[in-house]
Design a protein around this ligand. Structure first.
Ligand code: MG
Ligand code: MG
Length: 257
């Protein structure tokens, strides 16, 4: 069942997703060779709580931390650890909040120092694929229009789309209907209506699309161990188009500073 949101509810979701964006910016400032992913997690938890919210992932389905931190071949759901980031790594940081009864959920993949050009291209293609999907997120379109736009952009650029994990509706629950796959056919799937809030979150691999679920019960990695990137926006479907509730400019300005 798809829950349509009032404008007041959309604003509460925006508050949450802007806090997630600010948290990712704070985390991004600390991403340097030598910092451990558990240290990044502590920074995020403290930041979220100091802004009057609660980490959305902590305890969700038993997840042990505030952030999902997925390095290099890890696709999503990596558990923070004492792994120290190294020059040339990429690190996908997925973050959630709960505040005023609603969730925030967004993700960004960061470069650690200088990275290989083909890995930079993977980051660029994944972020562009997200934007292509967002351009289709308008009332009257279908979920498949988003999915196809993401898939076409990734595959046209020689990358592959993870099938096992998908985007989703967002509201009083972190995962609501509809599912928003990153692959599919135009004109198929649920109709997009004003008041729907969805997370569009391409998970794009440099090599094969196939993934492995690790024995820790959480981490998903690429089967060929080539790198994977993940960018996620929460968007509200408006009459004229997508109202993006996440703000990457907060993150990117923090990285430039
Ligand atoms: Mg997420
Ligand atoms: Mg999500």
């Amino acid at each position: 069942m798809i829950h349509l949101k009032t404008q007041e509810e959309v604003e509460l979701l925006r508050e949450n997703n802007l806090l997630v964006s600010a948290t990712l910016a704070e985390v991004g400032k600390h991403i340097k060779p030598g910092i451990t992913t558990l240290q990044l997690d502590a920074i995020a938890e403290q930041f979220i709580r100091s802004h009057g919210a609660v980490p959305g992932f902590l305890g969700y389905g038993g997840f042990p931390n505030t952030l999902c931190v997925s390095v290099n071949e890890q696709v999503v759901h990596g558990i923070p650890s004492d792994y120290a980031l190294r020059e040339g790594d990429i690190v996908s940081v997925d973050c959630g909040t709960i505040m005023k009864g609603f969730y925030g959920d967004s993700a960004y993949t960061f470069a650690v120092g200088r990275i290989e050009p083909e890995i930079q291209q993977l980051l660029d293609v994944t972020k562009e694929a997200l934007y292509k999907g967002v351009a289709q997120a308008k009332a009257g379109n279908r979920v498949g229009d988003i999915s196809a736009a993401v898939q076409e952009h990734a595959e046209k650029n020689g990358c592959s789309v993870v099938r096992e994990l998908v985007g989703h509706g967002l509201g009083r629950n972190m995962h609501e209907d509809p599912e928003v796959p990153n692959y599919g056919a135009r004109g198929r799937g649920p109709l997009l209506k004003e008041g729907m809030v969805i997370c569009i979150e391409p998970m794009i691999n440099l090599g094969t699309k196939y993934v492995v679920f690790e024995r820790d019960g959480w981490t998903v990695r690429t089967r060929d161990r080539k790198p994977s990137a993940h960018f996620e926006f929460a968007v509200a479907i408006g009459k004229g188009g997508a109202d993006v509730l996440t703000d990457f400019s907060i993150i990117e300005n923090a990285l430039k500073a």
